[in-house]
Write a protein that binds this ligand. Structure first.
Ligand code: ADP
Length: 268
């Protein structure tokens, strides 16, 4: 699993050739795929508890996507049943004046996971080479240097004991249109729709180009990108869940032994 949909470091990426509706792991069988998720949720719940108990490793999960790409749904479904005390979600919006007064990684570093914790970035420092690039918020000579700064930053985190997994939820332009339409049609979902989302949609090709370069330049051995076929939500959830589980299983987590011999303890 660990290699599936992973962007090999230094490889070139053509997003238009990566099928957003791929379902290869389940031969497109939605019923089987949906049935598989509860068992994965239980496995993740168990692994998270062990990660917390051991208190040694940290896991950082980065989620990036076009609008309506499914970041929120991923968090809800993949982490269903996991103890909220051990998981933090950090959402990165347009920077505040105070954040803008610092370098772009300042607000990000402060949200990275502590030992024993899982942190999910809902958007991330990658916005600083995505929306910032597409909207021309800083000059090119400045954002272009950020690929290297990001790789160095992520190297620092992994050298210090953080494991990083980065997921790009890859949806098609027509799937985005359907999801926007559903948001407009269903009164309970309307709050999710911003007119500004249409401005970004008009820049679809520019965003895809920015995502492509991001994937090519920042998928590293220590912090890989996984391009998740995300038009089908059930499939997206399974792919992400399996990657996280494989990664946690690979850490060799050991639940600590009690500090003293408890074999003679009797609770009256
Ligand atoms: P979401 O779409 O993630 O559910 P919002 O609708 O509040 O949440 O969108 C957050 C907005 O913040 C996005 O439009 C995103 O482009 C913007 N944003 C995030 N980080 C930055 C950044 N570093 N610079 C400029 N804009 C940013």
């Amino acid at each position: 699993m660990s290699e599936t949909y992973r962007v090999a470091p230094g490889s070139s990426v053509d997003l238009s050739r990566i099928d957003t509706r791929d379902g290869a792991l389940f031969a497109g069988d939605k019923a089987a795929g949906k049935l598989a998720l509860p068992a994965l949720n239980e496995r993740l719940e168990d692994l998270q508890e062990k990660l917390y108990a051991e208190g040694k490793h940290r896991l950082l999960i980065v989620l990036q996507a076009m609008d309506a790409g499914g970041k929120d749904g991923t968090i809800r479904h993949v982490f269903d049943g996991v103890n909220p005390a051990g998981v933090q979600v950090a959402a990165f919006k347009a920077p505040t004046p105070k954040e803008l007064a610092h370098d772009f990684l300042w607000r990000v570093h402060a949200q990275t996971p502590a030992r024993g914790m899982i942190t999910i970035f809902n958007r991330s420092h990658y916005e600083d080479v995505l929306v910032v690039r597409v909207k021309g918020l800083v000059p090119e000579e400045r954002w272009r240097k950020r690929y290297g700064h990001i790789n160095d930053f992520e190297r620092l985190l992994t050298d210090e004991g953080t494991t990083i997994l980065k997921f790009f939820l890859h949806i098609s332009k027509s799937e985005q249109a359907e999801r926007f339409q559903a948001r407009l049609d269903e009164p309970d979902k309307r709050w999710k729709f911003r007119k500004g989302d249409l401005d970004d949609r008009a820049l679809w090709d520019e965003f895809q180009a920015a995502y492509t370069e991001m994937l090519e330049r920042t998928s590293t051995a220590w912090a890989p990108w996984i391009v998740v076929p995300a038009d089908r939500k059930w499939y997206r959830n399974i792919v992400i869940s399996r990657h996280i589980i494989d990664t946690l299983e690979g850490l060799g987590i050991q639940v600590p032994e009690p500090e003293e011999d408890l074999s003679d303890v009797v609770i009256e």
